[in-house]
Unconditional design. Structure first.
Length: 247
């Protein structure tokens, strides 16, 4: 029996996603929003402390370890006065695909090299360094995270799982583009684009005023029951990007 064990010895340092939201304080309690940074599997929350004449510094408020790699992140604005925003995060798995056919080629066009994103791999024997490209494995996992003001930590207000076996994968397990996460600027809902042809919608519900207590997610934006829209039935087979329109 062979058992493989992988242990992360150091925290990730590269920033993969970033969002601005009134997360630790309500909109009427702060002049500027917080900065939430995702580093693959780690979430960091920064707040701006002002010192005199508009000068300020970003201070790290909290660090939270996530149980998965962040594929997309968006801030869901709260629609109730005196409540905080929430985060909608889609999780997945990233695998690096190495192009052996291109590893030995000496003259690779600049456009192709940018498309394949050269990564730090040892040079192939008698050729240039191997060219790699990140591929993602969709898992259909979405979490809505909120800030617990009592415990000063990150808590999940809801978890949503979409069965990957029910999604139109076409028999593939790896995809070249990650899942896209967007939030309505008016705070009406959040949405996640799966496999470029399936849209998962998370309708927002009115946040309740904060009641206090550790583990309480009141006082922050939240979502209700999610549902899925198959865009192929509407004649849309591949979506590059999408956005919400203002009223």
């Amino acid at each position: 029996m062979v058992l493989s064990l992988c242990r992360e010895t150091s925290d990730p340092t590269g920033v993969t996603h970033c969002a601005a939201a009134y997360w630790t304080r309500a909109r009427d309690e702060a002049d500027v929003p917080d900065v939430i940074v995702a580093k693959t599997t780690q979430l960091e929350v920064y707040s701006l402390d002002e010192y005199g004449a508009g000068d300020g510094v970003l201070e790290l408020q909290a660090t939270h370890k996530l149980f998965g790699e962040v594929q997309g992140m968006a801030a869901l604005q709260s629609r109730v006065h005196g409540t905080r925003d929430a985060l909608v995060i889609a999780f997945g798995e990233v695998r690096w695909w190495r192009s052996r056919a291109l590893a030995g080629m000496r003259n690779v066009s600049a456009a192709l090299a940018r498309f394949l994103r050269p990564h730090a791999h040892p040079p192939a024997r008698g050729g240039s360094p191997a060219l790699t490209r990140p591929l993602t494995t969709p898992q259909g996992r979405v979490a809505v995270l909120a800030w617990d003001a009592a415990a000063l930590c990150v808590v999940s207000s809801s978890l949503h799982c979409f069965d990957a076996s029910q999604l139109p994968t076409g028999g593939r397990t790896l995809f070249p583009r990650p899942e896209l996460v967007r939030a309505d600027p008016s705070g009406r809902c959040g949405a996640v684009l799966l496999l470029r042809s399936v849209l998962a919608v998370l309708p927002a519900v009115d946040a309740r005023p904060a009641q206090g207590g550790i583990g309480c997610v009141d006082g922050a934006a939240a979502v209700g029951n999610s549902f899925v829209i198959d865009l192929v039935d509407m004649g849309i087979r591949c979506v590059r990007d999408f956005a919400f329109l203002h009223k």
